[in-house]
Each structure stands twice: as C-alpha cells, then as structure tokens.
Design a protein around this ligand. Structure first.
Ligand SMILES: Nc1ncnc2c1ncn2[C@@H]1O[C@H](COP(=O)(O)OP(=O)(O)O)[C@@H](O)[C@H]1O
Ligand SMILES: [Mg+2]
Length: 416
C-alpha cells in the first residue's frame, strides 16, 4: 500500500523552506510550503499532506499552536508533525510530544537525519492505516461469523413450526376429503326435504357416513390443528420480524430506538444460542426514553453479551439436561444515562482473565467457540462510538453482570 506523498514545510525562514523542500523532493515527495502558522493550518486542511515539517518559532501562531489545531480537527489529526527548532530544551521536547507531535529535529539540519526520520514516520503511518483496515475487516468478519451462526439457529427455529404447520395442513386436507361427500349428501337431502320429499334412504346414508367420519373426533382435532397452525405461523412471523429489527442492514446512522424492543428482538434472534442452557428473564423499564444510537452496532453488542452469558452458563450446566441457568436483562433510566444490565448465573470470570477480557483476541474458549472479539467490539461500540461505559461485576462460580451505560442524549450528536 502506498500513500500519495505530499510534505508540507512550514517555516518563516525562506532559506530553511527551500532547503527542507529540496530534501523532501529528493525523498520523493511533492512539496507544499507555508511561511507562517495560519498558512500552515490552512494548507494542511486543504491539501491533507502526508506529513508536516513544522518550525517551532514563527510569528503569529507558533508551531505548538499549529500542531494543536491540526490534532483537534478530525481530518488532520492523523498527519504526523515533525517539529524543527533551534531550541532543544527538555521542556520544549516534552511539549512537542504533549501537543501531539510525532518527532523533533534540532537545527542545524542534517539532511540524512531528516530523510531517515521522514521515512520512519511514513512507514509508521502506513502501518497504522493497514492496521486500522485489518481491524475493520476483522470486526466485519466477526459480525459475519455471528450472523452465519445465527442463521443456522434461525433456520432451526423456523423449521419446527414450519414442519408442524405442514403436518396440520395435510391432516386438514384429509379431513376435508372425508367430509366433502357428506356435505354433498347433506345438500341433496336438504334439497329433497325442501321439495316435500322424505328420502329415508338418503338420510340413512348420511347418518352412517357421518358415523364413519367420527364427527366428535374431527370436531376436536380440526380446531386444534388450526390453532396450532396459527400459533406456528405467528412464531415464524415473530422471528422474521425480530430478524428485520436486528439486522438494520448496512445503515450506519444514529437513530432513536426503543431499546427494550431491540433487546427483545436480539434475544429472539439468538434464542437458539441460549434456550437449551438458560431461561431468559426480562426486567425492562417501561418508561425508558428512546435512545439515540447506532442500532445495528448496539444490537450486535447485546448479542455478544447474550452469547457470552450462554457460554458461561453452559460451562456450569453442560447441555442443560440437569437444569438450566438464568440470564436476566434489565434496563433502567438513571439520570442522564440509560443502563442495560446482562446478568448470568454462569461460571464467573476467572481473576486472572478479568483485566484482559476487553483486549482484542483475548479468549478462554477453544477455537470455533470463541474468537476473543466480542467484548473488544462491544467496548469499541459503547465507549468510542457512543461515549458510554461498559463494566462488569463477577463472582467465581456464581455468575457475571455486564453493565452498559449510554448517555441518553449524546452531546453533539443530537439529531437536529
Ligand atoms: N458472561 C461471561 N462470563 C464469564 N466469562 C466471560 C463472560 N463474558 C466474557 N467472558 C470472558 O471474556 C473472554 C472474552 O470474551 P469475548 O471478547 O466475547 O470473546 P469470546 O467470547 O470469543 O471468547 C471470554 O473468552 C471469557 O473468558
Ligand atoms: Mg464472545
């Protein structure tokens, strides 16, 4: 991967600018020049150079202030800034790094040194970019993997009602085939009676036909089959609706959502992951105001939490044959925060793992069961994307509670 090389030289001294531009060119850079701090900030914002060589002492905005401004703006924050100065006091050096500088070169310049440092910082930046891309790909992969896993569970969930709706429909068809000739006979009989005839033979045929069809059996079984079918269809519809609510396909936009409903949908979509080992209890605050969030991301977090809870419970109850554990999801409004608590009666987090669970790729599970990305993703979504917190309380052998707190109104993100 290559980054288009453009270096910005900001120095009020024309000779210095010429020398530095010259060495940038030799190193294969395109060059931009600024003669003072204001110009440096403006050009950096317009041109987004690959790096900035920044003189510390300039009239107007000095190098520290320029650097601070670049670091404070999202587009320019990642551009490496290399300070250039005649002063090399330790305080200056400290301050240069404190305001976000990447490096510090003292005058008089040695071209070899500058070239070497330029190349280091460019490599660093490229490596950082590559890392960010890989990280994004991994998160995507984790999401896809969990969707794949969910899909298998959902297929199973839909399969059972689909099968019995099918069985019932076949049963009802048989019933109807059996009843149809009786209906025809009944119609003929009714017509004959209306015409003043009394066809005893027809009446007898009908009576024995109904006897064979076992009307009392059918009048019990037909409504039951219909009831069951409606229930099955409703179950399938609920799963499909939950899937729709869960996935928010591809929309990465803040939206105000009913968190309680989102939690219900996520639990439904994931039910195959937990229902064999745990019961699920909801204690949801009905007064909860809608929360401004990234719905797809937040659902994924809740999903990761539920799957983790189910795993921790399975570690204790095995396949659930000897009794299940319990997952409790609570929502609660607390001042300016909305709180979600996910409590499980599982194994607890071992003390030696507690400090590491939010690290990317930290897992105590065997390959195939865990990738160690669930909690790091959750942390990223809750803390970085929503300005919230995610913490936990745990007791070995008794279980764990994860506590997610989201600001109810997100500063600066409130939809206009
Ligand atoms: N509810 C929980 N109870 C016990 N341990 C947990 C719980 N949630 C997470 N952990 C621990 O944190 C680790 C990291 O979790 P996570 O990032 O979701 O990755 P993974 O589930 O793929 O291992 C898990 O391997 C497990 O050791
Ligand atoms: Mg996990």
């Amino acid at each position: 991967m290559t980054i288009a090389h453009n270096g910005l030289v900001a120095d009020d001294n024309e000779t210095n600018r010429a020398i530095l531009s010259g060495s940038l060119k030799k190193a294969g850079f395109g060059t931009l020049e600024a003669a003072n701090g204001e110009e440096a900030v403006r050009i950096a914002r317009e041109e987004l150079p690959s790096l900035v060589l920044l003189d510390l002492e300039m009239p107007g905005l000095d190098g520290f202030e320029v650097c601070e401004r670049l670091k404070a703006t999202e587009e320019t924050a990642e551009i490496p800034v290399i300070f250039l100065t005649a002063y090399s006091g330790p305080q200056n050096i400290e301050k240069a790094f404190a305001v976000g500088g990447s490096d510090y070169v003292t005058k008089p310049f040695h071209m070899g040194e500058i070239k070497a440092r330029l190349s280091v910082h460019l490599q660093l930046r490229q490596a950082k970019k590559a890392l960010e891309e890989t990280h994004a790909q991994l998160l995507h992969a984790q999401k896809m993997e969990s969707i794949g896993q969910l899909a298998a569970g959902i297929a199973h969930e839909i399969n059972t009602p689909t099968q019995f709706v099918g069985d019932n429909a076949r049963f009802l068809r048989e019933c109807f085939e059996e009843l149809l000739p009786r209906l025809t006979q009944a119609t003929s009989l009714a017509e004959a009676v209306c015409n003043g005839e009394a066809p005893a033979e027809l009446a007898e045929q009908l009576r024995s036909g109904f006897k064979d069809a076992d009307i009392s059996y059918l009048s019990e079984e037909i409504p039951r089959a219909l009831e069951q079918s409606i229930e099955g269809i409703e179950r399938v519809a609920a799963i499909v609706k939950a899937m729709k609510e869960f996935s928010h396909p591809g929309v990465k936009q803040l939206a105000r959502i009913d968190l309680n409903r989102a939690i219900h949908s996520t639990a439904t979509v994931a039910s195959n992951e937990w229902k064999y080992v745990a019961d699920m209890k909801f204690d949801l605050d009905s007064e909860l105001p809608h929360v401004l969030c990234l719905p797809g991301e937040l659902n994924q977090v809740v999903l990761n939490m539920i799957v983790n809870a189910a795993h921790a419970i399975a570690d204790i109850v095995g396949d659930g044959g000897e009794g299940k554990g319990l997952i409790t999801v609570t929502t609660h409004q607390d001042g300016a925060h909305t709180e979600i608590r996910i409590t499980d009666s599982g194994s607890g987090i071992p003390p030696e793992a507690q400090a590491r669970i939010f690290e990317p790729f930290f897992t105590t599970k065997e390959v195939g069961r865990g990738t160690g990305q669930g909690l790091s993703m959750a942390h990223n979504v809750i803390v970085k994307m929503h300005g919230g917190t995610i913490t936990f309380e745990t007791e070995s052998g008794h279980g764990t509670t994860f506590i997610i707190r989201l600001p109810t109104t997100q500063q600066g993100q409130e939809a206009a």
